[in-house]
Design a protein around this ligand. Structure first.
Ligand SMILES: [Zn+2]
Ligand SMILES: [Zn+2]
Length: 135
């Protein structure tokens, strides 16, 4: 079991994750591409009870999944770094943007989701589940 820490680009928002993530994956949804400004989000799913978020510049922007559920996207209002998403459909989980972690050693995607909007140049390694949408 590893505790992991991370922070936004400017350092105003930081967090600590207790224990190992229950999900490690890649989200290719259009909203993640837009928010990140790049091809996909590398994310870790952790129970919200094991996540401590701190900093007074946290802002939220709510998007909606295809099924119409709220997706609360938390980001730093000073530097704009996306930090995590909370899905109304999974209220006890937080999906942290793994690019903000201080140490990503040992984290390998278990699955890719929303491959229906995956960019063509991105190849998914054989043997890794690639879901058209999200389970
Ligand atoms: Zn920041
Ligand atoms: Zn996404």
């Amino acid at each position: 079991m590893t505790n992991r820490t991370g922070h936004c680009l400017c350092g105003s928002v930081s967090y600590e994750v207790e224990g190992d993530p229950s999900f490690v994956g890649v989200c290719h949804c259009k909203d993640c591409q837009r928010q990140a400004g790049t091809s996909f989000s590398f994310i870790i799913g952790v129970p919200s009870s094991q996540l401590k978020l701190s900093g007074d510049t946290v802002k939220e922007y709510v998007t909606h999944s295809d099924s119409g559920n709220d997706v609360v996207r938390k980001f730093c209002g000073t530097c704009g770094s996306p930090i995590l998403s909370e899905l109304a459909a999974q209220p006890t989980m937080a999906y942290v943007k793994a690019g903000t972690l201080d140490d990503v050693s040992g984290l390998t995607p278990m699955a890719h989701v929303w491959c229906s909007s995956k960019m063509d140049w991105v190849d998914i390694p054989e043997g890794i589940p690639a879901l058209e949408k999200q389970t």
